[in-house]
Design a protein. Structure first.
Ligand code: DQA
Length: 150
């Protein structure tokens, strides 16, 4: 039987992880994030579809794909968190657990990062755990599919 898919979606500038403001985002790369997510998912018999885009419409299209192909979504919308009603509306069309992840603690940063268009419809929000936040979100989706949490 094929494993069920958890989609892990990443917004703009996250392709630069590891070299971009390492004092804020750490020295691990997006490849490290992908490896971590795949390991945690495999431990729980799930598969990962891992994506990144610098373009808002592409992120919307990734969410549309996840709508029919995923059992859950982990999304770090990056700067689009604070600006994108289109990404929020796309997520609102997905009937599955959705976890919003931020590597940094956005609430300790500039005021414009304190508002998220996504948080109001997310199952859970994780901020400030570094890349471990992605692992926690993948684990949470695995547990919710096993009906251990709701
Ligand atoms: C981020 C926080 C956002 O405010 C920022 O625009 C990002 C990354 C984070 O992972 O901490 O690009 O989502």
């Amino acid at each position: 039987m094929n494993s069920q898919n958890i989609y892990v979606l990443n917004g703009p500038n996250l392709n630069l992880l590891g070299t971009r403001q390492p004092e804020v985002y750490g020295s691990e790369t997006l490849q490290d994030v992908e490896t971590l997510c795949r390991r945690v998912a495999a431990e729980n018999d799930f598969a990962i579809q891992f994506r990144q885009s610098n373009h808002e419409g592409e992120v919307v299209e990734m969410i549309h794909e996840a709508r029919t192909e995923a059992v859950g979504i982990v999304i770090n919308p990056a700067a689009y968190t604070h600006t994108s009603i289109a990404i929020r509306d796309a997520l609102a069309s997905c009937d599955m657990p959705i976890y919003e992840v931020h590597i940094s603690n956005v609430h300790r940063r500039e005021a414009f990062r304190h508002h998220s268009y996504v948080s109001g419809l997310a199952t859970g929000v994780i901020a400030g755990l570094g890349i471990e936040g992605y692992a926690a979100a993948v684990r949470a989706i695995s547990l919710s599919r096993a009906k251990l949490i709701r």
